[in-house]
Design a protein around this ligand. Structure first.
Ligand code: UDP
Length: 367
C-alpha cells in the first residue's frame, strides 16, 4: 500500500509531523507500537476519576511563543506553575536552589543581593574541574559541594545508576540556580497543563482527514507491506540501524500508582527524594490537573535500566555512538527518504516543547 508519508510513532514528534504534512495535502499513515497515541506524554483518567500520567509527570513549559501558539490550537491549557520540594535532612526544602533553599539549609537569613557572594564562597572551598567537564563539576561550580551532596549527588546516582562524573554537564543545565525567591521549577514564560489532558491534545493534532492511524503495530515487522515517498522515524535510533554501532543506553522507570482515601498527600505536585528511599520522586496528580476529589492519586518513580525507553543516558560512550548513528541519519535525510525526529530518534534529552519546535522546523520545509 502506498502513502505519501509513513510516520513511525504517534508521540509528539510523529503527531506534529503528521498534522503539518496532512495540512499540505499529503496522505499520511502513522504506525504506533503502543495501543495508544501520545507516546510518553500519554495520560488517562483512573478509576478514582483522577487524570494521571502513564509514564510520569509531564508539565508543559516553553519560552517559544510559536510553540505555545501551536499547542493552543489543539487544546486549552490550565494555568499551572510547577513547584517542587526536595526532602533532605528530614525537611521539605524548595528546589531548585534559590534564596529560601539556602536560608533553610544553613539557617541564615541572607538577602537576594548576598546570594551570589554566599554561593561564590561555597564554590571557592570546593574541588571541581574548571571549566566543568561533567555533571558534578557543572553543579559544584555553581553551588559548591555541600549543596551538591545534599540535593544532586544521590538523586543522580539513583536516576542514572552512574557516577555523576560520567554524565554530561548538559544534564545539569536543566536545573537553574536562583538568587531570588522564585521557587518555580521552570521560569519559562508559557506554562500549563492541557485541560482535557495530553492524550486529548494529541488526539486533536491527529484529527485530520489525511491522517490514518495504526495502533499496536511494530513498524519493523510490517514495513515491507507499505511504500512511502518519505518515512519519518521517531523510534529508537540504534534499533533503526540494527544496532550496527552498538546499543545505546536508555533509562526507564517503574511507576507505582497509589490512590489514597484522603484529599491531599503532599503540598506540591512533585517531591524529590535525593537521599532517602529507592524512589526519586512522588507526584500528586491532582495538583497538575486541578481536579477535585475526596481521594488523591500519587506515583512513585523507581529508575531502572531496562523497559520502556524514557531517557537517553548522556555519557561519553553513548554520545560517541550517537554521533556515528547521526552520520547515517544525515545521509538518509540528504536523500530525502527519511527524517529522524524526537527524543528517541535523535537520542536527545528533549523536553516536550523542544520536540515540537524541532519537528516544526524539520517538517515545515518539506514540500
Ligand atoms: N536532579 C538532581 N536532583 C533533583 C532533581 C534533578 O540531582 O532533585 C538532576 C538529576 O541528575 C536529574 C537531572 O537533574 O536526572 C534532570 O532533572 P529533571 O527534573 O529535569 O528530570 P526529568 O524531569 O527529565 O526526569
Amino acid at each position: 500500500m502506498y502513502f505519501d508519508v509513513l510516520i513511525v510513532g504517534a508521540g509528539l514528534a510523529g503527531s506534529v509531523s503528521a498534522r503539518d504534512l496532512a495540512e499540505k495535502g499529503k496522505k499520511v499513515l502513522v504506525i504506533e507500537q503502543h495501543k495508544h497515541i501520545g507516546g510518553h506524554c500519554h495520560d488517562y483518567k483512573n478509576n478514582a476519576g483522577i487524570t494521571v500520567h502513564t509514564y510520569g509527570p509531564h508539565i508543559f513549559h516553553t519560552i517559544h511563543k510559536e510553540v505555545w501558539d501551536y499547542v493552543n490550537r489543539f487544546t486549552e491549557f490550565r494555568y499551572f506553575q510547577h513547584r517542587v520540594l526536595s526532602y533532605a535532612n528530614g525537611q521539605l526544602i524548595p528546589f531548585p536552589i534559590n534564596r529560601d533553599t539556602i536560608n533553610k539549609v544553613y539557617g541564615t537569613s541572607i538577602s537576594t543581593n548576598d546570594v551570589n557572594d554566599f554561593l561564590a564562597k561555597e564554590v571557592k572551598r570546593s574541588k571541581f574541574n574548571n571549566p566543568p567537564r561533567n555533571f558534578r563539576d557543572a553543579v559544584v561550580s555553581q553551588v559548591g559541594e555541600t549543596l551538591y551532596e545534599m540535593f544532586f549527588k544521590n538523586y543522580t546516582i539513583k536516576q542514572w545508576e552512574r557516577d555523576p562524573e560520567e554524565l554530561s554537564a548538559e544534564v545539569a543545565r536543566r536545573i537553574p540556580v536562583r538568587e531570588n525567591r522564585d521557587d518555580r521549577y521552570f521560569s519559562d514564560q508559557y506554562q500549563g497543563i492541557p485541560i482535557p489532558g495530553y492524550t486529548a491534545m494529541v488526539e486533536q493534532i491527529l484529527n485530520h482527514e489525511n491522517i490514518s492511524l495504526m495502533l499496536g503495530a511494530d513498524y519493523f515487522k510490517i514495513k515491507d507491506d507499505f511504500k512511502a515517498g518519505l518515512t519519518i522515524y521517531t523510534g529508537e535510533l540504534d534499533r533503526f540501524f540494527n544496532y550496527k554501532y552498538g546499543k545505546l543506553e536508555y533509562r526507564s522507570l517503574d511507576l507505582v500508582f497509589k490512590t489514597i482515601d484522603k484529599e491531599w498527600y503532599q503540598e506540591v505536585s512533585v517531591v524529590n527524594y535525593p537521599n532517602d528511599y529507592d524512589w526519586t520522586r512522588i507526584t500528586e496528580y491532582k495538583h497538575l490537573s486541578g481536579e477535585e476529589s475526596p481521594k488523591t492519586t500519587i506515583s512513585f518513580e523507581y529508575p531502572k535500566a531496562t523497559g520502556e525507553p524514557f531517557y537517553v543516558v548522556m555519557t561519553k560512550e553513548n554520545m560517541e555512538a550517537r554521533e556515528k548513528y547521526m552520520k547515517e541519519v544525515e545521509t538518509l535525510e540528504q536523500k530525502k527518504s527519511h527524517i529522524f525526529i524526537g527524543r528517541l530518534a535523535e537520542y536527545k534529552y528533549y523536553n516536550m516543547d523542544q520536540v515540537i519546535k524541532s519537528t516544526l522546523e524539520k517538517i515545515r520545509p518539506v514540500k
